[in-house]
Design a protein around this ligand. Structure first.
Ligand code: FEO
Ligand code: CA
Ligand code: CA
Length: 663
């Protein structure tokens, strides 16, 4: 299993998400050098045994891992009865909990929304309905309530082979997909973006408030405003927008975050997939786009819309790849693309107020060998005046992380005019720095990571948790202390402690909380505690949540029968004391799906989860997944009706009889 490399799906939109494309970081940045790690395990070092440290330099990594596991002791602090890991066409939650379907792709968001009919879907119907492939979920309490709030959900991308009837055929055993029509592309555009949905607990069950004035769809066609250093840059100007500030839509909204003032952040991740056409090799944006894989042409939108064709609108890709901020309290508010936070394949921007009042947002750039970032606002959070915070994200400092071998780290500022970020290297303004964030970070010598996804500050224990999904392309001579496994198929989680407990600090310490994978297979090198059962380990940590007691919950992307013998799911992971790195399975998704969006209500009595792309999957899914498509899906979750396809949905979890999810 340690040799596992995902087999690609036959469908292009699935391949894009699997991130199996070539890594885009061609720099020779030392991943802290091409040093073979002198110390395979930071945990060994931090236990303070000089003997262990000395041994680490000389014995094989596997021997050291065994030593790690041998010392682990404490049982989980989570008292729920663990779910059995496995694979089938349904979801499973721990005994004693209800997992109800709250809202599905196609469900009407408005009183006048048409009934979902997958055989008659149009852009007009889809714009009135919940979008596809739910990912990040934000819960904004109304009047502080844990039983009435606004749910803000990202709709990351579309899988046409699972959405549209009649486009897939199997010819002599080979799968073929017809080109999409303009009408189908328009449905895709309307199924992207975000939903805002007012929800309320009535008689013990959560439900959508269908006639709420707050309900809203944001799509890949909704007008947005560009703010911050890149606003108005010539590099963002197009035929449709001479100002370089007005963009239509957002795409591939993956992870996200909630700000202290109650707005929602949403990261544009694999935006390269939406652009087609060809750019001349000597075009001024050629190097910029090459670093991001643009144009990729996975989606067929460029066939019908010139703005997605780089040969016709070469600047349009510079208008995507940003972190957007939306104000769910005002359904007419214009979403803002906050360019100060950089341009990359954004994951979340989970935030926390530092001791000095500045707001700190942690961000991952999800590609093999790309970076971990944080943004620190110049101004401070004003808890008594919401309006005073509404443009805080336009000024501040973007930093990229450099992890050192000795367990320390630095946050390197990406500031025009400092260090190598000058005209000599093609940066003539802070606009250039943020537009080409990756290249700026390359020049600063940032640490190349194993696909940084969600990053979550923990207000209770003062630490920060970094999900690193995996990186099977890392070679033996590319390992470093923060990315210590070559061909890292199962990912790991890093825990950061900022200097002096100050989230705005420019240095800190770090250690690996857990290296993921099956601890029973020595070569995998997993470091879950020995109290972790055969159900409790996982691969591919992706999103995460911290409950209000400060405990870590990890959701995954990429488990499958072939990879790990299990579906994705949600695991509760201890971080403190003897139980550290003990993990338990709480919820698992149906076949083909990915687990996204974990978030708790303020009272910890409700947990929202997103089940993304049920029924998707390639050869990794074996007999379960086959070549699953609309007419022959591997599951018809959650409706299980013959005329209904699988539907990405938000699941709401409560404890039977009431009380906190994890007491
Ligand atoms: Fe959309 Fe990195 O997951
Ligand atoms: Ca994800
Ligand atoms: Ca993912």
């Amino acid at each position: 299993m340690n040799d596992h490399v995902s087999q690609p799906s036959p469908f292009r939109t699935s391949q894009l998400e699997e991130a199996d494309s070539a890594p885009r970081n061609r720099t020779g940045n030392p991943t802290m050098g091409e040093i073979i790690s002198a110390r395979f395990s930071r945990r060994g070092f931090l236990r303070g045994s000089l003997a262990v440290t000395a041994i680490a330099a000389t014995v094989s990594p596997i021997a050291l891992i065994t030593a790690d596991n041998a010392r682990a002791a404490g049982g989980s602090s989570f008292t729920f009865d663990e779910v059995e890991a496995g694979v089938d066409d349904k979801h499973h939650v721990a005994a004693g909990y209800d997992a109800d379907i709250l809202i599905r792709w196609g469900d009407g968001l408005f009183a006048d929304a048409p009934e979902f009919d997958p055989t008659k879907q149009t852009a007009d119907t889809q714009r009135r309905q919940f979008g596809y492939n739910s990912d990040y979920i934000g819960y904004i309490p109304l009047d502080g309530s844990s039983e009435h709030g606004l749910l803000v959900v990202n709709h990351e991308y579309t899988n046409p082979h699972l959405m549209f009837p009649g486009i897939v055929s199997v010819v002599e055993g080979k799968i073929e997909q017809k080109p999409l029509t303009k009408e189908q592309v328009d449905v895709e555009i309307a199924a992207h973006g975000m939903s805002v949905a007012e929800i309320q607990k009535v008689d013990g069950k959560w439900q959508l408030v269908k006639d709420s004035k707050s309900n809203r769809r944001i799509t890949a066609d909704t007008e947005m405003l560009v703010t911050g250093p890149a606003a108005g840059s010539d590099r963002l100007k197009t035929n449709a927008d001479a100002t370089g500030t007005k963009v239509l839509g957002t795409v591939n909204n993956c992870a996200g975050g909630i700000t202290p003032w109650g707005t929602v952040m949403s990261g544009e991740e694999n935006f390269h997939g939406y652009f087609g056409g060809e750019l001349a090799a000597d075009h001024p944006e050629a190097a910029n786009y090459e670093r991001l894989g643009i144009p990729d042409g996975t989606y067929e939108w460029a066939n019908f819309y010139d703005r997605f064709d780089v040969s016709k609108e070469p600047n349009e890709p510079n208008r995507f790849g940003w972190m957007i901020e939306i104000d769910p309290s005002d359904p007419n508010s214009v979403p803002k693309k906050r360019t100060a936070l950089g341009r990359m394949k954004h994951e979340g921007a989970e935030s926390i107020v530092a001791k000095n009042g500045r707001v700190v947002l942690y961000q991952g750039d999800d590609e093999r060998f790309d970076y971990v970032y944080k943004f620190v606002t110049a101004g401070t959070f004003n808890p008594s005046d919401r309006a005073a915070n509404m443009n805080l994200l336009d000024e501040g400092t973007l930093y990229v992380a450099k992890f050192a071998e000795d367990g320390t780290m630095q946050w390197l500022p990406l500031v025009f005019g400092e260090g190598p970020l000058t005209a000599e290297n093609g940066f003539n303004s802070q606009a250039d720095v943020v537009i080409e964030t990756r290249r700026a970070a390359d020049l600063l010598g940032a640490t190349k990571m194993d696909r940084p996804e969600d990053i979550q500050p923990n207000a209770i224990n003062g630490k920060v948790y970094v999900m690193l999904t995996n990186n099977t392309n890392r070679k033996d001579d590319q390992i470093d202390a923060a990315n210590p496994r070559a061909k890292n198929a199962f990912g790991h989680i890093i825990e950061i402690a900022e200097a002096d407990g100050d989230f705005s600090a420019t240095s800190g310490k770090w250690e690996i909380l857990v290296k993921c994978g099956d601890p029973a297979v020595a070569e995998v090198g997993a470091t879950f505690s020995t109290e972790t059962t055969k159900n409790g380990w996982f691969g591919m940590p992706d999103n995460c949540a911290i409950d209000n007691a400060g405990r870590l919950w990890v959701s995954t992307d990429g488990n499958s029968p072939k990879a790990t013998g299990r579906t994705d799911g949600l695991w509760a992971v201890d971080t403190e004391g003897d139980a550290r790195a003990t993990s338990k399975l709480f919820f698992r998704v149906p076949v083909g799906a990915e687990m996204c969006g974990p978030i708790f209500t303020p009272n910890d009595e409700t947990l929202f989860l997103a089940v993304q792309h049920p029924a998707d999957g390639g050869e990794d899914w074996g007999a379960f997944g086959r070549r699953s498509y609309y007419e022959d899906p591997s599951t018809r979750w959650p409706d299980f009706k013959n005329d209904m396809p699988a539907r990405p949905s938000v699941v709401v979890i409560t404890k039977q009889g009431g009380g906190k999810i994890a007491a």
